[in-house]
Design a protein around this ligand. Sequence first.
Ligand code: IPM
Ligand code: MN
Length: 365
Amino acid sequence: MARPAHICVMPGDGIGPEVTSQAIRVLEIVGKIAGVGLEFHTETVGGCCIDETGTALTPSGLRHAKRSAAVLFGAVGGPKWDDPTASVRPEDGLLALRKGLGLFANLRPVQVFGPLAAASPLKGDISSVDFIVVRELTGGLYFGKPKRVWDTPSGRRAVDTCAYSEVEIERVLRTGFTLARQRRSKLASVDKANVLATGRLWRQVATRLAREHADVQVEHVLVDTCAMRLVTRPQDFDVIVTENTFGDILTDEAAVIGGSMGMMPSASLGAGRLGLYEPIHGSAPDIAGKGIANPLAAILSAALLLRYSLGLEAAARTVEHAVDTVIDRGLRTADIAGGSKFVGTVEMADAVISVIKDLGVEGGP
Ligand code: IPM
Ligand code: MN
């Protein structure tokens, strides 16, 4: 057997540890069946890391993540650390990881799990919705300087800065074009070029790359229009590429189209194979420790880890197929509507694992 792949696990806060441990169980069984060695090493991040160390990500945590094949991330944050005047916040840990690992492209696929379509807030037939948002993740309004709150004689002021270099825009758009070519060859470049300078640069770069990718059908969409079209004609989108903050907002909107945010995974990628995989949902402190959280977004994030960081496409598909199967069979955690059998976090993962065992993994023994 080849050398084992090291997975850095960062469970974080709230339901993060509960769902992440189920995703690990799934990875372990897939690794065993496919004959792929996986080693897991846990690091602290977020609010619990602040409590232990005073910072949301330790230098050794970042170092270990850098040396891993992939990072499996849970969720960070909670009311305990919500003070807006605090000098350090749980979210800082996640932002430092994204930046420190150079993960500039955040992939957030949006699909409808057939049986959950009725729980969608949208009317009409949404079964054909299938798109992916590529959110720029290490620049834009999140990281631009200056960024601060300060006192002035006439009261306090605050500033955030949206800044982009052409290189930053180009590389994330290229990720989008590559994905579009593997999908339905449609790309929506989303900006605010009618108001923002960064939007104008974004549009110029997208226009140049569109010429290079004549086989991809490109449209430029203003972010406000995109927000509207996500609820009026989500079926029309294939790949959407956008700025960090726009992508944050649009993906929360997009995540509910399919009926439950508890099902939505994400992958954050950079120039190499190393990626960070996390559910889109947050730490849900209200249900933490109750054993009722939906582990499927974390499990689907593990599938993305198999696909993008380990190159195990067949294994990734097996996990995704197993999740489809348990949903089809009517298993539901409390956050997902309909169904015939209500289960807790561990039982849901048990069901996924038993389907995987039945199916086997292509290429495995
Ligand atoms: C997300 C989250 C994060 C973000 C927070 C937790 C920093 O909302 O991944 O979408 O804003 O990027
Ligand atoms: Mn968000």
